[in-house]
Design a protein. Structure first.
Length: 615
């Protein structure tokens, strides 16, 4: 299960081991067989950390996902592992009360494990809901989930909404604590810099926790040989353009079109194509990580160019199969069978990814998709008087065709961000058109976009042209030639666009962000810019040995797969002396970002009129 972490530049497997040890310690305190109930937002993430065998070794012989109905089990001990949020606590209390009413003679012992820690609000809720005395409480300090050998996520999917709309800073403290725990394992990071107010607050909280006399993790981090040279913290609001754009690298397109959940995607089982029940093909989960050699090659490639990689891999597999004809001796046959087993796995992977590529291609080759790419690029490069009018016209086209609401909202946010808001008249027109076309339930969503600064009225000129020019954000789109499998610029992951966040990371090379063009660009971007060096004589081992410097890039508010691909490309460039590890609150895309800001509101008018329902 940890094979995809074996090539990490720092031993991320230690994160997994530490988490498994903490969970095992809690479970071992509860004697006898037990049922485990996981919150729906934890079942997938915990799967990145814990094997089922470890749970069984510690007495877990039944597992459930928290749902609206009470758990039906014979176990005396029921262990709930939940995030500290009110909906989960409310559901737990309802299940405890339901057990009392249904089987008052049966005596259950309830255990509540908060991940990563309890909150005063949840403790108070347990009291108010009448179950505080019935639940034994624990804290499982797990904040970091190793997603791949260069990506660590906190799986805080509501982080951006909590910060931008609810103004709840809890996750900033969680990020700070996660960074402290990270340094407990891998040593204190000597240089920290960042951009954005959320990033600045995280850095402040991190240093505060490290300096507390009781902060044993911080003290332990000072005794660990540092492995990381630099920490860059980036506030998502510094670059709202990038997540609103259509990703064009293979992994990003899979996430947007097919859907990636906790590192897995559903694919059709090859053997079940013609034998499925009820006309539906059986599916299986395919892991998407660096353990799959083919996926590792194509995940960061622009989709227009992956056909060349797939073709080469198919030819390699075919050539290997043909070697069987040349095997005459026993030793030759034995050598071929070893290669045959390996190539069979490659063949299975190739079939799966060709199938996924076909599903993606069904979308990307449509005129509407290509039109959308051109419209997005038009917003980015437009500077004349007609640019806003062209964007408005395309937006009206989307609404008129009843395009998916997430696509419409992403384009609205893109317009508003690039143009520094829209004029009052157009602002009112857009709101009216959305409500009339998609339903009044989206009025609250539009309010959320406005409160979070994603859709606002224009009050001053846009700084976008200056930022675009200073950071060289626009380049030639990928044409799809064989040479595009090894791009020469970072514009490959989008339609001729280089992410602002990645330009900032690139610009953090010595002399850092203090030189001319980068200093000017940072001044045009929102939020504070900061940098400090820890007064510590220890230097990371890599710096002494002449190896690449290791840089952790922390995204507060989410990161896209396309940005990760660009950072991998940057790390792999010749003469680039940095290797990047991405640490993020969550993995995201534009649809998920605007969906997280949506307000659930039942529109009874659409119940019996499907044609008027939101697409």
């Amino acid at each position: 299960m940890t094979s995809h972490l074996r090539n990490a530049c720092i031993p991320l497997v230690q994160l997994r081991q530490a988490a498994a040890d903490r969970l095992a310690s809690i479970l071992s305190e509860i004697d006898g067989p037990k049922a485990l109930v996981l919150g729906p937002d934890l079942s997938g993430p915990l799967g990145m950390l814990v094997d089922v065998s470890l749970l069984k070794q510690n007495g877990v012989d039944a597992m459930y996902e928290l749902g609206p109905h009470a758990i039906r089990c014979q176990h005396q001990d029921i262990v709930y592992v939940l995030r500290p949020d009110l909906p989960s606590i409310t559901t737990l209390s309802e299940q405890v009360h339901a057990h009392r009413q249904e089987a008052p003679a049966r005596h259950h012992h309830y255990h509540l494990v908060f991940v990563p820690r309890a909150t005063l609000l949840c403790e108070s809720a347990l009291v108010q809901l009448g179950v505080y005395g019935n639940v034994t409480r624990y804290e499982l300090c797990i904040e970091l989930f190793p997603y791949d050998d260069d990506v660590v996520t906190m799986c805080l999917e509501r982080c951006f909404r909590d910060l931008a709309v609810a103004n709840d800073p809890t996750c900033l403290y969680s990020v700070a604590c996660a960074l402290v725990h990270f340094q407990e394992l891998f040593g204190r990071i000597p240089r920290v810099l960042g951009k954005g107010d959320w990033a600045h607050r995280v850095a402040e909280l991190m240093m505060k926790v490290q300096e507390e006399p009781s902060a044993t993790p911080a003290k332990r981090s000072e005794r660990v040989e540092p492995l990381v040279d630099e920490l860059i913290i980036i506030d998502r609001r510094v670059d709202l353009v990038t997540p609103m754009l259509q990703q064009l690298n293979y992994e990003g397109l899979l996430d947007e079109i097919v859907g990636i959940t906790n590192g897995f995607v559903e694919v059709e089982k090859p053997a079940a194509k013609d034998s499925s029940k009820a006309g539906r093909p059986a599916v299986m989960k395919l892991g998407l990580n660096s353990d799959d050699d083919l996926f590792r090659q194509i995940r960061n490639t622009n989709f227009n160019a992956i056909k060349h990689v797939l073709k080469r891999r198919a030819a390699h597999i075919q050539a290997t199969y043909e070697e069987r004809h040349a095997a005459e001796s026993i030793s030759q046959m034995s050598a071929f069978m070893k290669k045959f087993k390996a190539v069979q796995r490659e063949h299975t992977s190739l079939q799966a990814h060709i199938g996924l590529a076909e599903r993606v291609s069904d979308v990307t080759r449509t005129p509407a998709f290509l039109r959308h790419l051109q419209a997005q690029l038009g917003v980015l490069v437009g500077s004349g008087a007609d640019a806003p009018a062209e964007a408005d016209a395309y937006l009206e086209e989307l609404v008129g065709k009843r395009a998916p609401i997430a696509q419409v909202l992403r384009f609205i946010v893109l317009m508003s961000t690039v143009l520094n808001g829209v004029k009052q008249k157009q602002f009112d027109f857009i709101r009216r058109e959305i409500v009339q076309t998609y339903g009044f339930q989206h009025l609250l969503t539009l309010d959320s976009l406005e409160r979070s600064g994603l859709f606002v009225k224009r009050e001053s000129r846009s700084s976008w042209p200056s930022v675009r020019s200073a950071l060289n954000l626009i380049g030639a789109p990928v044409s799809g030639g064989a040479s595009d499998t090894a791009p020469k610029t970072m514009h490959f992951a989008f339609h001729g666009y280089a992410p602002i966040t990645c330009r900032l990371v690139e610009g953090a090379l010595q002399p850092g962000w203090s030189h001319g063009y980068m200093r000017d660009a940072l001044a045009q971007l929102p939020g504070k810019t900061f940098a400090h060096t820890v007064d510590d004589q220890k230097r990371p081992a890599g710096a002494v040995q002449g190896a690449k410097k290791i840089v952790v890039v922390c995204f507060v508010g989410g990161v896209t797969f396309a940005e990760i691909s660009v950072l991998r490309w940057l790390s792999g460039r010749q003469n680039h002396d940095r290797e990047y590890v991405i640490l993020t609150t969550h993995l995201s895309n534009g649809d998920q970002m605007v969906d997280s800001l949506a307000v659930a509101l039942d529109n009874a008018l659409t119940r019996h009129h499907p044609a008027s329902a939101t697409q």
